[in-house]
Design a protein around this ligand. Sequence first.
Ligand code: ZN
Length: 217
Amino acid sequence: MTQEELQKLFDRYNRKYWRAQLPRYTVVISTRWHGGYCAKRLRVIFIHPDIAADDRRAKRTLLHEMSHASAPSGHGKLWKAEMWRLKRQGAPILETDISEYVSSENVPTRSDILQGFYDAGLELPDETWAALRRNLGYQHGLVDDHGRAEDRGVARLLEKCRGKFLKGQREAREMREARTEAISSAEIQRRTATLQPGRTRGKRDALGLGVFAVLSS
Ligand SMILES: [Zn+2]
């Protein structure tokens, strides 16, 4: 399935199973995550190319991620309730898509934790690692209230979390820079347009709107 097909499927499933109440996510085929991943603040659902290549798996994975979009994080009760509802409504998922998460009820897995740190990096590009380690690390029970790791295994996991967090921050900064570049090139176009004689005011306004669209996207 192509990215465009997955995007259309997202819109169709949103109408069919959520009465179009889910916010619109962009579906991206990417090797960034194994399987699928729902980045809530970015409003992006990532699907691995191996999964996208298999229509049935692509549909199941998309519905799994869309259930994340509609429920609080993790594979807890609310996520499962969404999945059971989809199953009852005849959505193309399997019972095993839900039952494989039974043992992890409300307990974040190692990969949930790592994803959480990556997300935090995307969302907080200016936060220091020390502060995040204290806050998010404490929330996940990785460090005590003095910021100490419980044991060497946890310390190693924290190192991985740090890597994910810094990666998220790097990507957030790259996105911010790309956006700034888009704005300044639109600005240059607009200024060039005003310098050219014979251009109508309407034309300038149209370009001005273009800048606005970039700023608000
Ligand atoms: Zn999941």
